[in-house]
Design a protein around this ligand. Sequence first.
Ligand SMILES: Cc1cc2nc3c(=O)[nH]c(=O)nc-3n(C[C@H](O)[C@H](O)[C@H](O)COP(=O)(O)O)c2cc1C
Length: 165
Amino acid sequence: MTRGLLGLVASGCGGVEKWFRTDLAEPAVQRGWQLAITFTPAVAPWFEAAGELDQLQALTDLPIRWEPRMPSEPKPYRTPDAFIFAPASANSVAKLALGIGDNQALTALNEAIGVEGCKVVVQPHANADKRRHPMWETHVTTLTGAGVVVVSDVPPRSLLDLLDT
Ligand SMILES: Cc1cc2nc3c(=O)[nH]c(=O)nc-3n(C[C@H](O)[C@H](O)[C@H](O)COP(=O)(O)O)c2cc1C
């Protein structure tokens, strides 16, 4: 009996391959979540190069995804009960706010926003240079206005607490 299906999504932010498993995926499993992990195509090779893919895959019986399925293939699993998108790059935050789903990670997140009972937590990792972009605040406001919980400056493990509130 699991707590539910948790979508964990990560994008191309420096160092993610060093903490994503230990600080987010493993604690989520310890709290009883079944994991549906999706990476952006940009970050998947980082996990592969770090030798993290096998260890992450061992945490879940669902396939780690970073490519879309073929039309002939069924969806590999149902829509998760909740999502944590951490880290979220400036690039992916902008695309998500605009509803762009040009990869599997963004497609899953876009489809989850606004679904009743499905909490979506997004933790942007964007430095001051990226946040200075004139559209940055608009993107964040768009997401929060749609019910997305956007948080900064908390340890990854604490993101899991937000699923309980
Ligand atoms: C080593 C490295 C670290 C990066 N760190 C960040 C970061 O912390 N935040 C960010 O917004 N972009 C960062 N980038 C840039 C993104 O990886 C880049 O914009 C990429 O296109 C994001 O694609 P994605 O959002 O599909 O994962 C980094 C790039 C590299 C090569």
